[in-house]
Design a protein around this ligand. Structure first.
Ligand SMILES: [Zn+2]
Length: 471
């Protein structure tokens, strides 16, 4: 869309890259199809058997957006490479799969300063948030989502499951930032009551024409009618799409569900035919042991959001029960919006997960790393994504090894790197690849002018406040 061009970069980033030592561009920018990540000091990934591995001194060959080979540094001569990324000099780089965010409301990024640090009660804050959202225009939604995705990218996130009521704004922001997005449109929305199931179907019908992958959402089960839920069930079956909602976030919402559907959330969903592997339940705080067993059996995805749950005083997710039921591989993590977590980062969310549960059950670093990568890819049905293996999509986060997020670590037990990475609580990546394309190089975004973006976010935020007559 023309109206957002002021924010996209126009300088020649091919020449920017050539000026930096890690990039050696051997063909024209637009012809870059074959990329060699040469000599990564360490690769941290989950392998084909779902085991966490750390590989030393390996090179990666990427062809047309897919990892085609992994081999020993300097162990092979590769012909016809368009771009070489030097990952070995100056202590070298650590490569991980791009992280996958299981739950976000990207356009709300514009509201960062408005809520979570206020003195008011949660109910007052949520009411205020609804007021803000009501006054946001299309451009606000897009700018907010661009702010959200680019911050996630800096934190190593390459795919986001967005849950929001304005499909086109999230679509536009994903296209502009080159971010992978599953774009779940709220068919039953708190902030946009005009949304409905027919509108969601119109999008699903045309899914091929979008940059994002369409999906369906509802805010809460108790806000949807039985008829709407039946229609949604039909759409899931017909279009084979993901369906997501805030599930059992508080006991109050569970009580509303019991009142309307005669059962607690997981049982109610099951009875409606809405508990299966196409269903992704965010929060899932107030599940009974029986509900957790059922969720495990039906293979529904669970998005754990400990920071949000703490900030909103929602309660404590029953991680120990998920663990004893063998359902940990159904759990991924999410950021929620900036109303619920101040930094859109999953490493700090992994740390928060560990801290929230450690007096009852230690959450192993290996399991946390899977929640950010392979578990999330499985739950979100992303196919060959979330692991660094041949045939997998080249979504890669590249981190400097000589960094406080890693150093010092036990070189004889390189898995200790994962603990360091998580307990450090987040650091920015140096380079980021999405679908085989460098989106961030040398810590700068290749498609967004960050200064222009921050200026616009600030202006749009103050403009929104002016429109609402607030100081
Ligand atoms: Zn949410």
């Amino acid at each position: 869309m023309k109206q957002f061009e002021f924010i996209t970069r126009y300088d020649n980033f091919e020449s920017r890259r050539q000026g930096r030592t890690r990039y050696q561009v051997l063909s024209r920018q637009k012809d870059v199809k074959k990329i060699l990540i040469n000599g990564a000091a360490l690769i941290i990934t989950v392998d084909e058997n779902d085991k966490l591995k750390v590989l030393k001194n390996k090179s990666l060959l990427i062809v047309n957006g897919v990892i085609s080979e992994i081999f020993n540094f300097n162990g092979k001569k590769i012909k016809g490479v368009d771009l070489v990324y030097n990952a070995y000099e100056r202590e070298g780089m650590v490569v991980t799969p791009g992280f996958i965010n299981g739950h976000a409301h990207p356009p709300m990024y514009l509201l960062r300063s408005s809520m979570s640090l206020d003195k008011g009660s949660m109910a007052e804050q949520l009411a205020k948030m609804a007021q803000f959202e009501k006054n946001m225009n299309f451009e606000d939604f897009v700018i907010g989502a661009i702010g959200d995705f680019t911050e996630e990218q800096k934190n190593g996130i390459t795919t986001t499951f967005s849950h929001y009521s304005i499909f086109n704004a999230v679509e536009e922001a994903a296209r502009i930032t080159h971010h992978n997005v599953i774009n779940a449109i709220s068919a039953v929305s708190n902030s946009h009551p005009e949304n409905n199931v027919a509108m969601a179907e119109k999008i699903l019908k045309n899914s091929k024409k979008y940059y994002t992958i369409p999906a369906i959402a509802i805010h809460y089960i108790h806000k949807a009618s039985p008829q709407q839920l039946m229609q949604i069930k039909g759409l899931i079956k017909k279009y084979k799409v993901l369906f997501t909602m805030h599930a059992a976030e508080t006991e109050g919402f569970v009580a509303e569900c019991v009142k309307k559907y005669g059962n607690r959330t997981a049982f109610a969903l099951d009875k409606l035919g809405l508990l299966n592997s196409n269903v992704v339940l965010s929060h899932s705080v107030h599940f009974t042991d029986e509900e957790i067993k059922l969720v495990k059996k039906r293979k529904a995805g669970i998005i754990h959001l400990p920071t949000s749950n703490k900030i909103h005083k929602s309660g404590e997710f029953k991680y120990p029960k998920f663990y004893t039921e063998g359902a940990v591989n159904q759990i991924a993590l999410g950021t929620d919006s900036v109303i619920s977590k101040n930094s859109l980062d999953l490493l700090s969310e992994a740390l928060q997960t560990r801290i929230m549960h450690h007096d009852k059950k230690i959450v192993f670093y290996e399991d946390l790393f899977k929640m950010l990568t392979s578990n999330a890819a499985r739950i979100l049905k992303l196919g060959k994504v979330g692991k660094i293996l041949p045939g997998h999509r080249a979504d890669l986060s590249i981190w400097k090894l000589n960094d406080r997020g890693f150093i010092p670590y036990n070189e004889k037990k390189p898995l200790s790197l994962v603990g360091n990475m998580i307990t450090h609580g987040g650091s920015f990546i140096r380079d980021l690849m999405i679908n085989g394309e460098f989106v961030i190089s040398n810590r700068a975004h290749n498609f967004i002018n960050e200064t222009a973006l921050l200026n616009q976010l600030q202006n749009s935020h103050m403009e929104l406040r002016r429109r609402m007559g607030k100081s």
